[in-house]
Design a protein around this ligand. Structure first.
Ligand code: MGD
Ligand code: MGD
Ligand code: MO
Length: 768
């Protein structure tokens, strides 16, 4: 095994390092030639949608449309290694549980349906019919449909998601815990209440027209590499880019476009940022409040001196509600509190405010550094407040851009994967399908875990994802899954969720985005929606690894038919031709009228966005200012009630070589980490203050009032350029530390970017 190592990385993001890394993953897939051909079809018309992130495709098409990490995602899915019945016969589950997440997924693709046998502690082959019958038997035995939980991860296509929600609602529940509960939920909640639609208002073209782009809590060099191209173009044409991130993430600093050969050969890297601000964790709301405070003060000065003001008063008068209360809240916020909570000086904030004000058109982007906090909803509402002051919504080159994670997480919501479904959707379902739809709210992810723990929920079915690892409070969550009568995982690859089983458990192997999906011999298209509300078709390109695999729509149809018979639709007929599913989507989901025709357009079609069109579906009928005071304390009272003082606040993030719980390798190139993931990034002064040295091994515990011990063991301290008082470490290894009840106010999202922790000397020897 190669040496563990850490040394600072001084190359650019992208560039030759990215090409080298892609090549390695190509070879590792064991079918490099096939995959090169497939990669050239990534995000192309007639090709497949990259199973990586939800960034949009270049509307002009052409050229290469994948990035280093997209290539990793494709090579990871399209491998010739198979996890077959012989593999399961050789490995009891208790033995597999000892393996790392990386090892498990690296074994290859799941190929046959398997059922867990408690006596042999092994998964054994089962036919698809028997598997569906077992699911139906369990579901039909429950006293209430609300005793089942139906999880979705954001790779499921629109067709699979639509069918799934139709099945689950016909069965009788809205229990749709979803990966987006852990992801951009706060964005949906905040935007819904502020502008009447829970989605971003910009399109990819807007990035070409913005005068300034503000990026909060996002690491695009790793997680949305294709975003770096529009950013680098923006900088080159003179737009400002302001980054708010406690870590100087490489992709936000310097970037080399591997798709641009001239740049590569000249070995030039584009200095990306025009300004970099390093806030305290959870401090962005205070920072934005500061920008608004400076803006309002300058506006008053200008007016007092007979100059034009800085606010867009026409826009405010015509389109907004609640500005007076908001201005009063800003006036009532002291600079002392703003500086203290944001961790930024007034001078820095005023510098950001100048960049903001001199731009006629501003886009604000954000991701998990914003959404995974206790006050995320208020924080995102503050982004909207600021944009409303300058009319920066609904005009070209300006708007709000929550940068989504999974490639179809936004589409799944649009299709109705929602534990709090809009009335309109329920009405449409009831009338189109003549069913009694459940009207009461269902469980989100955290509520689902509680329900399983309490014995209220007995069956857990997952359409993709890795529930056991992606969720908070791992020990409790694993306990919750183990209490179920039945757990079902519809998956492409082996992961820990298959090993943390209910009394009965099934693995149902499915086709992935790269696989050709034939029904009755005819290749099917599926559709997806990106971060910019563009809907387009995706066609798999590679022969499936085994003919025992089924598509997600076929699996959903199989479960539905076994459970409900031909009620309320002919499930087999729908799964036999996805155009029939799309006809139902057209009739049920607003915005999809004429879907079949509009899909034929190159690049697909835009769903439309009411806020972009200056129509406000809010309670007030206008875009709404929300006037919050800054949080009195960033720490939850339940941390304070633990009776202990935290040493540090920990954020959990992604390495460059992982996709959520999928760990491609143990390296993190841009942060200079090699062959290890059990590390804590810490400021050198904090390390000294706490009495540790570089390379020391520690246990980490988190603080919460319930007194339960949440601990991760034997992590290595890496001194890092990180603001004092903060630490960072990789997800999912850190999920045992996130208390289940530590969630965002109004969003219920686990606060994965703000965990109060203490370090203790390690109690066990290193594992590897
Ligand atoms: N290759 C790859 N691509 C992916 C994924 C992947 O795992 N791998 N995951 C996909 C998914 S589902 C998602 S949701 C996205 C995630 O995309 P990101 O949100 O970029 O993912 P994280 O690694 O969680 O990075 C969070 C960033 O926010 C910063 N941050 C943390 N706390 C704060 C804070 O309080 N304030 C500010 N200003 N910054 C903060 C961190 O330093 C880090 O740079 O990426 C998607 N794309
Ligand atoms: N501490 C901490 N926790 C977090 C986060 C964090 O930043 N910090 N981030 C949160 C976020 S943003 C998210 S989105 C969640 C992610 O949560 P999930 O979406 O549940 O997790 P993934 O790791 O993306 O799921 C990987 C698994 O999906 C399966 N899979 C892959 N492709 C397909 C497919 O096409 N079809 C099917 N059916 N299965 C497939 C494979 O078996 C693979 O093992 O995690 C959340 N948890
Ligand atoms: Mo996500």
């Amino acid at each position: 095994m190669t040496q563990r190592d850490h040394k600072p990385y001084d190359g650019p993001a992208g560039g030759w390092g990215a090409l080298r890394s892609v090549t390695r993953h190509w070879l590792d897939s064991q079918q490099p030639i096939k995959n090169v051909r497939a990669l050239l079809k990534t995000n192309q018309n007639g090709g497949f949608d990259c199973p990586g992130c939800a960034w949009g495709d270049d509307p002009k098409g052409g050229r290469i449309q994948f990035c280093e990490n997209g290539a990793k995602a494709v090579n990871w899915e399209a491998t010739s290694r198979a996890v077959d019945p012989a593999f399961f016969a050789a490995h009891p589950v208790s033995e597999l549980l000892k393996q790392s997440d990386h090892w498990l997924e690296h074994q290859g693709r799941l190929v046959e349906p398997m059922r867990y046998n408690r006596d042999s502690d092994r998964y054994e082959p089962v036919s698809w019919e028997q598997a569906f019958a077992l699911i139906a038997e369990h579901l039909n035995r429950l006293e209430s449909p609300d005793q089942a939980e139906f999880y979705t991860s954001g790779r499921a296509s629109n067709e699979a998601a639509f069918l799934y929600q139709l099945f689950v609602r016909s069965y009788g529940t809205n229990n749709f815990p979803d990966c987006s509960n852990m992801c951009h939920e706060a964005s949906g909640v905040a935007l819904g209440s502020s502008i009447g639609i829970g989605k971003g208002t910009v399109t990819l073209e807007d990035f070409e027209e913005a005068d300034a782009i503000f990026i909060f809590g996002q690491n695009p060099g790793t997680n949305h590499p294709r975003m770096l191209a529009p950013l680098s173009r923006a900088v080159r044409r003179g737009a400002d880019v302001a980054c708010f991130n406690p870590l100087k993430e490489r992709g936000l600093e310097r970037f080399q476009d591997p798709q641009d050969m001239r740049e590569m050969l000249a070995n030039d890297s584009e200095p990306l940022n025009t300004a970099f601000f390093r806030p305290a964790l959870g401090g962005d709301m205070a920072a934005v409040r500061g920008i608004a405070k400076a803006l309002l003060a300058w506006d008053r000065d200008a007016l007092a001196n007979g100059k034009p003001g800085l606010l867009d008063r026409d826009f405010i008068a015509t389109h907004t509600d609640g500005m007076e209360a908001y201005v009063a809240a800003v006036d009532a916020t002291d600079w002392v509190d703003i500086e203290q909570q944001s961790g930024l000086s007034r001078i820095d904030i005023e510098h950001a405010a100048k960049m903001y004000c001199r731009a006629g058109r501003v886009i604000i982007c954000w991701a998990m550094g914003i959404t995974q906090h206790r006050h995320s909803v208020a924080m995102i509402q503050e982004f909207v407040n600021l944009q409303l002051l300058r009319g920066n919504i609904g005009k070209p080159g300006a708007g709000l851009c929550p940068v989504r994670g999974h490639s179809n997480v936004q589409g799944d919501r649009t299709m109705g994967i929602n534990e709090r479904p809009p009335q309109l959707l329920l009405d449409n379902l009831a009338s189109n399908f003549d069913i009694e739809v459940p009207r009461h709210q269902g469980h989100n992810t955290v509520e689902a875990i509680r329900a399983m723990l309490d014995g209220q929920a007995r069956v857990f079915i997952a359409l993709g994802g890795n529930f056991a690892q992606a969720t908070p409070d791992s020990e409790l969550t694993h306990d919750a899954l183990r209490r179920c009568d039945l757990t079902v995982q519809i998956s492409t690859k082996l992961n820990r969720s298959h090993l943390v089983t209910g009394r009965d458990a099934l693995i149902l192997p499915c086709l992935g985005r790269t696989d050709i999906d034939r029904q009755n011999g005819i290749p099917q298209a599926v559709t997806v929606e990106d971060s910019f509300s563009m809907i387009h078709a995706s066609y798999g390109q590679l022969e499936p690894l085994a003919d025992t695999l089924k598509s997600e729509p076929a699996i959903v149809a199989g479960m539905a038919k076994a459970t409900l018979g031909n009620r309320p639709v002919d499930w087999d007929a729908l799964a036999a031709d996805y155009r029939r599913i799309r006809e139902l989507i057209e009739r049920t989901i607003p915005g999809f009228e004429g879907m079949a025709r509009r899909l034929a357009e190159p690049g697909g079609f835009h769903l439309g966005n009411s806020a972009r069109e200056l129509t406000w579906s809010t309670a007030a009928g206008k875009a709404t200012f929300h006037a919050h005071a800054l949080p009195a304390d960033l720490f939850d009272a339940r941390v304070r009630n633990s009776g202990q003082q935290p040493d540090l606040v920990l954020q959990t993030l992604r390495s460059h070589d992982q996709y959520n719980t999928t760990v491609y390798s143990l390296n993190d190139r841009y942060r200079g980490v090699q062959n290890q993931r059990d590390v804590i990034f810490i400021n050198a002064d904090d390390m000294a203050r706490l009495g540790y040295h570089e390379g020391d091994r520690v246990d980490v515990i988190s603080l919460w009032e319930d007194g339960r011990e949440r601990r991760i063991r034997n992590f290595c301290l890496i001194p890092y350029d990180i603001p004092a008082g903060q630490a960072a470490a990789y997800y999912p290894e850190t999920n045992p530390l996130v208390p289940l009840d530590s969630t965002g106010e109004g969003s219920f999202t686990p606060t994965s970017k703000f965990i109060a922790v203490k370090l203790l000397p390690a109690t066990t020897a290193p594992t590897a």
